[in-house]
Design a protein around this ligand. Structure first.
Ligand code: HMG
Ligand code: MG
Length: 303
C-alpha cells in the first residue's frame, strides 16, 4: 500500500454538472486554476455533450482552452464523434468515453444500449489513435444501478474489457449512486482485474451512502491506485436519481497522507478552492475534512 496514488480531480466536471446554480465559465476556469495550483494536476474540466442534456457544461471549450495554458493533464467527456470533434478543436489531448454496466442507466444517460454505445465509441477511439489523443473509459453503475438494481461483477468486467481492448489506457469504474460496500467493491475489482490489469483501473466512487473511503481502501488492497474525487465532494449525475457527489478530494488526501502516502496536494490551497466554489453555490462543502478544517479555523480566528 506504499505505492504512489494518483488522484484524478473531478470537481469542474462531475462536481458542477449537477448544480442548479449556474457557474460562469470564468468561475469554472478560476476553479481549475486553483485546483491545479493546489497540486491536482490531472483534472477533468468539462464535457462535450448535448447542451440540452447538461447545460452546466456549456462553455467546456473555453474552460479546456484556458486549462491548456496550465501545467497538467486535462480530461473532458465525449459521448460520440460530434463531442470528440469539438473537444479536439478546443485542444483536448485526453478524452473520456463513458459506458454503463447496466442497460437502464445507459439508456437514461446517453439514450442508447450498452452495445450501441460501444459502436459509437469505436470511431472515437480510432480517430484518437490516429490523432495521438489518449482515451480514458468509464464504466458506470459498477456496484448498482438506479434503474436495474443489482449489477453483476461479470457485467462490469465485460464492458471494462471491451473498452480496454478498444484502446482505452485506463478504465474508471463508477459507483455512480454510491451504494457499494467494501466487500462488494473488492469482489467487483477482482472480477474486472481478471480481464484488465489493476494497474489500468481507476476507482470513481460517489459517496451517497458514506462508503466511498472504505471502498477505496479495499480497492487499494486489490492493487488499484488511481482515485477519482471531487473537491468538496461536489456533484452527482443528473441521470442517476438520488446520487450525490464523488468522494471528496479533501477526504481522500487526508486519508492517504495519514497512511504515509504522499499526494502532492496542498490542503490549504485545496480548501481555499473548495470554499470559493461553495460560496458561489451558496452552501457549505459536504466534505467531512473540509468541514472539520473550516470549523477549526473559525474557532482559531475567534480565539
Ligand atoms: P441523443 O438525443 O440520442 O443524440 O443524445 P442525437 O445524436 O440524436 O442528437 C440529439 C441532439 O443532440 C442533436 O441536436 C445533436 O446535434 C446534439 P439537435 O439537432 O436536437 O439540436 N448532440 C450533441 N451536441 C453537443 N455535443 C455532442 C452531441 N451529440 C449530439 N456531443 C447524447 C445522445 C449522448 C448526445 C446525449 O444523451 C447526451 O449528451 N447525454 C449527456 C450525458 C451526460 O453528460 N451525463 C453525465 C456525464 S456521465 C456521468 O456523470 C457518469 C460518470 O461520472 C461515471 C460515474 O459516476 O458512473 C462519468
Ligand atoms: Mg461520476
Amino acid at each position: 500500500m506504499g505505492a504512489r496514488v494518483q488522484i484524478v480531480e473531478m470537481g469542474p466536471r462531475d462536481g458542477l454538472q449537477n448544480e442548479k446554480v449556474s457557474v460562469s465559465v470564468e468561475a469554472r476556469i478560476a476553479f481549475v486554476e486553483a485546483l491545479v495550483a493546489a497540486g491536482l494536476t490531472t483534472c477533468e474540466v468539462g464535457a462535450f455533450v448535448s447542451p440540452k442534456a447538461i447545460p452546466q457544461m456549456v462553455g467546456s471549450d473555453q474552460v479546456l482552452r484556458a486549462a491548456g495554458d496550465l501545467d497538467g493533464e486535462f480530461h473532458v467527456l465525449v459521448p460520440n464523434e460530434k463531442g470528440y470533434e469539438a473537444a479536439i478543436a478546443a485542444g483536448a489531448k485526453v478524452v473520456s468515453v463513458f459506458a454503463s454496466a447496466s442497460e437502464g442507466f445507459s439508456r437514461a444517460n446517453i439514450n442508447c444500449s450498452i452495445a450501441e454505445s460501444i459502436e459509437r465509441f469505436k470511431p472515437v477511439l480510432a480517430r484518437a489513435r490516429a490523432d495521438g489523443v489518449k482515451v480514458r473509459g468509464y464504466v458506470s453503475c459498477v456496484l448498482g444501478c438506479p434503474f436495474d438494481g443489482e449489477v453483476k461483477p461479470s457485467a462490469v468486467a465485460e464492458v471494462a474489457k471491451t473498452l480496454s481492448d478498444l484502446g482505452c489506457y485506463e478504465i474508471s469504474l463508477g459507483d455512480t449512486i454510491g451504494v457499494g460496500t467494501p466487500a462488494k467493491a473488492r469482489a467487483m475489482l477482482r472480477a474486472v482485474g481478471g480481464d484488465v490489469p489493476p494497474a489500468k483501473l481507476a476507482m470513481h466512487f460517489h459517496d451517497t451512502y458514506g462508503q466511498a473511503l472504505a471502498n477505496l481502501y479495499a480497492g487499494m488492497e486489490e492493487g488499484v491506485f488511481v482515485i477519482d474525487s471531487a473537491a468538496g465532494g461536489l456533484g452527482g449525475c443528473p441521470y442517476a436519481p438520488g446520487a450525490t457527489g464523488n468522494v471528496a478530494t479533501e477526504d481522500v488526501v487526508y486519508m492517504l497522507e495519514g497512511m504515509g502516502i504522499a499526494t502532492g496536494v496542498d490542503m490549504d490551497k485545496l480548501l481555499a478552492a473548495t470554499n470559493r466554489m461553495s460560496a458561489l453555490l451558496g452552501r457549505p462543502p459536504v466534505s467531512r475534512v473540509a468541514s472539520a478544517l473550516n470549523a477549526k479555523r473559525a474557532k482559531a480566528t475567534k480565539a
